[in-house]
Design a binder for this molecule. Structure first.
Ligand SMILES: Nc1ncnc2c1ncn2[C@@H]1O[C@H](COP(=O)(O)OP(=O)(O)O)[C@@H](O)[C@H]1O
Ligand SMILES: [Mg+2]
Length: 255
């Protein structure tokens, strides 16, 4: 693999809360334009890993390289520049309730990137159009469905031209009938070559797009491999056992 293909490298990331280790020695590399999917039981450390990658939670140990440059978390300026390059999508959208969709997408372009208002508006509208919400620009979060809110939050992240997009269970807070519209947007991004790491329970969706699954349990990446390797018919991976359990539960719930 050519080194310039690697956009993100994570080495030995570890985090404890008090004396409880919640992330232990997370290590992987990611090629440009690929999707990595974090799966595993609740409490396994998926959210902690994502937040340690962009230093929203400062890891106790470990190092991160973005596009060949090692991140120095002690430099506030560097960390702030780095965070602009790593977008984050949360389960609960994290929109500003007092701003409409356009303003939510535009605000960081104005305040962080320092763009002029007309250019920022044009860019924000283009990103809203990309997620199918050009017609909803004037609506406030309270007037949008959960799926629409999540699409605004994706548009907001994309407007910053991130090198990597981190998605933490982006469809888990949505009613079942709204999940598809968000997955369609994520699929479009994957096909457009946006580099992403996504924690999700949407296994069959992810299997068709991911280059690699990372199975996390008790703070460790205990298994990793391509969807074919981990979910193939004759395979008996932890990932496969977990996914079988998930679909059994979904079946029980009548979905
Ligand atoms: N701020 C925190 N303080 C203490 N414990 C935490 C905190 N955040 C997460 N944890 C614990 O870390 C473990 C991993 O959580 P998390 O990363 O959210 O897992 P996942 O996203 O896989 O469900 C859990 O046991 C959780 O209770
Ligand atoms: Mg989580």
């Amino acid at each position: 693999m050519n080194d310039s293909d690697i956009i993100l490298k994570v080495e030995g990331l570890s985090k404890a809360f008090g004396n409880k280790p919640v992330l232990q020695d997370a290590t992987f590399t990611q090629r440009r334009g690929t999707l990595k999917v974090l799966v595993g039981p609740s409490g396994g450390g998926k959210s902690t890993l994502l937040q340690c990658i962009n230093y929203l939670i400062p890891p106790d140990q470990g190092r991160v390289w973005l596009d060949g440059r090692q991140i120095n978390p002690k430099s506030r300026r560097e960390l702030s520049a780095y965070r602009q390059e790593v977008g984050m999508i949360f389960q609960d959208f994290n929109l500003f309730d007092h701003l409409n969709a356009l303003e939510n997408v535009r605000i960081a372009l104005l305040k962080v990137k320092g763009m002029a208002k007309a250019a920022a508006t044009e860019r924000a509208m283009a990103e809203l159009a990309r997620v199918g919400l050009a017609g909803k620009a004037d609506l406030y979060p309270a007037q949008l469905s959960g799926g629409q809110k999540q699409r605004v939050s994706i548009a907001r992240a994309l407007a910053m031209d991130p090198k990597v997009l981190l998605l933490d269970e982006p469809t888990s807070a949505l009613d079942p009938e709204l999940i598809g519209e968000v997955l369609t947007v994520i699929k479009d991004l994957a096909q457009a070559g946006i580099t992403m790491i996504m924690a999700t329970h949407q296994i069959s969706f992810s299997a068709s797009l991911a280059d690699e699954f990372l199975f996390m349990e008790k703070g460790r990446i205990v298994e990793h491999g391509s969807p074919a390797e981990l979910l193939g018919k004759d395979c008996c991976s932890r990932t496969q056992a977990f996914c079988a359990k998930l679909s059994e539960l979904a079946g029980d719930a009548g979905q």
